[in-house]
Design a protein. Structure first.
Length: 293
C-alpha cells in the first residue's frame, strides 16, 4: 500500500481519535471528581451539535458566534446537569448517581427527537467541502481543524491545571475531597466547575464532529461508548491515558476498517477493549493495584 493512502488514513484516525479523546476526558474528569461514571457524556456531544445546527439554520448566526453561544449554553447545561443528576444524590453511594445519569441520557435523547424531529441534520462546515491535496495526500480540511483544535484545547488544559490556582484546586479536589475541604477549598464549587468543563469538552467535540457525521439523537451514544472504551484502554481515571487511548482507538479503527472490513468499523474498538481487559486490565497507563489476602 502506498504511503499517501496510509497518511490519509492516519489523518482520519487522528481526527476521530481526537474526538474520542475529548469525550473520554469528560468521563475521566467527572469520575476523578465525584467517583462515578457519567453515562450521559455522549449526550454532551449530541445536544451541542443540535444547538449549533439550530443556531446556524434558524437564526443564521455566523460560525464564530454560533460556537461561542453553543459553548456558553453547554456551560449552563453542565451546571443544571450537576444539580439534577449528582447534587441531590451526593451523599449516596455511586449506584444511584450512575442510574441518574442513565436516566438523564434517555431523557435527552428522547427530548432531542421531540424538539428537533427524527430526521438527521447536516451541520454547515467552517471549511471548504473540497479535500486538500497535500503533495498527493488527500485530506478533509475538517480533519485538520479537529486535530488543531484538540491540540490547542489540550495545551490550554495543561496550563490551566498545572499553572493556575483554580486548576490546582480542582486537582486537589479530585485527589482527596476531605483534605481539600480542610485546606479551605470549596469542594462543591470545584465539582460544579468540573461538570461545566466536561460539558464544554462535549460541546467542542460536537461542534467539531458535526460537519463530518449527520447530527442525530443517536450520534452521542456510539461516541460515548467508544470514548468509554478509550478510558479503559488508556487506564481508567488517568487523564493522559484517556487522551492516548482515544487517539489509539481512532487510528486502529480507521486502519482496521480499511485493511480488514469497513462493515465492522464500530466493532473494532470493542474487540480492542476485550483484548486489553484480558491481557492488561489496568489499561496501558494504569497502575496495578494488588490486594493482600
Amino acid at each position: 500500500m502506498d504511503v499517501a493512502t496510509n497518511l490519509q488514513m492516519m489523518t482520519a484516525g487522528l481526527a476521530m481519535g481526537s474526538i474520542y479523546a475529548l469525550v473520554a476526558l469528560g468521563f475521566v474528569l467527572i469520575f476523578n471528581a465525584v467517583g462515578v461514571v457519567n453515562f450521559a457524556q455522549g449526550e454532551f456531544v449530541m445536544i451541542p451539535a443540535f444547538v449549533a445546527v439550530w443556531l446556524m439554520e434558524t437564526l443564521t448566526l455566523p460560525f464564530p458566534l454560533t460556537y461561542l453561544v453553543t459553548v456558553l449554553f453547554m456551560g449552563v447545561f453542565g451546571i443544571v446537569f450537576q444539580r439534577i443528576a449528582y447534587y441531590p444524590l451526593r451523599h449516596r453511594t455511586y449506584l444511584p448517581v450512575i442510574i441518574a445519569t442513565i436516566g438523564v441520557s434517555i431523557f435527552l435523547k428522547n427530548g432531542a427527537q421531540l424538539v428537533f424531529g427524527a430526521e438527521p441534520f447536516l451541520m454547515q462546515r467552517p471549511t471548504s467541502p473540497e479535500v486538500l491535496n497535500l503533495s498527493g495526500v488527500f485530506v478533509d480540511p475538517q480533519y485538520i481543524v479537529i486535530i488543531v483544535a484538540t491540540v490547542a484545547l489540550l495545551v490550554f488544559q495543561y496550563f490551566f491545571f498545572e499553572k493556575t490556582s483554580l486548576g490546582k484546586k480542582m486537582q486537589a479536589t479530585a485527589q482527596d475531597k476531605d483534605m481539600a475541604r480542610l485546606l479551605g477549598i470549596r469542594v462543591a464549587k470545584m465539582i460544579a466547575i468540573t461538570f461545566i468543563y466536561s460539558s464544554i469538552l462535549g460541546a467542542v467535540a460536537g461542534i467539531l464532529v458535526g460537519p463530518i457525521f449527520y447530527v442525530t439523537k443517536e450520534m452521542g451514544a456510539m461516541l460515548g461508548l467508544k470514548a468509554f472504551c478509550s478510558t479503559i484502554v488508556g487506564g481508567f481515571g488517568n487523564v493522559p491515558g484517556a487522551i492516548l487511548g482515544g487517539i489509539f482507538l481512532g487510528v486502529v479503527e480507521v486502519f482496521a476498517s480499511y485493511y480488514i472490513s469497513s462493515a465492522y468499523r464500530d466493532a473494532f474498538a470493542f474487540v480492542i477493549l476485550i483484548l486489553v481487559l484480558f491481557f492488561r486490565p489496568q489499561g496501558f497507563f494504569g497502575e496495578k493495584i494488588a490486594e493482600k489476602a
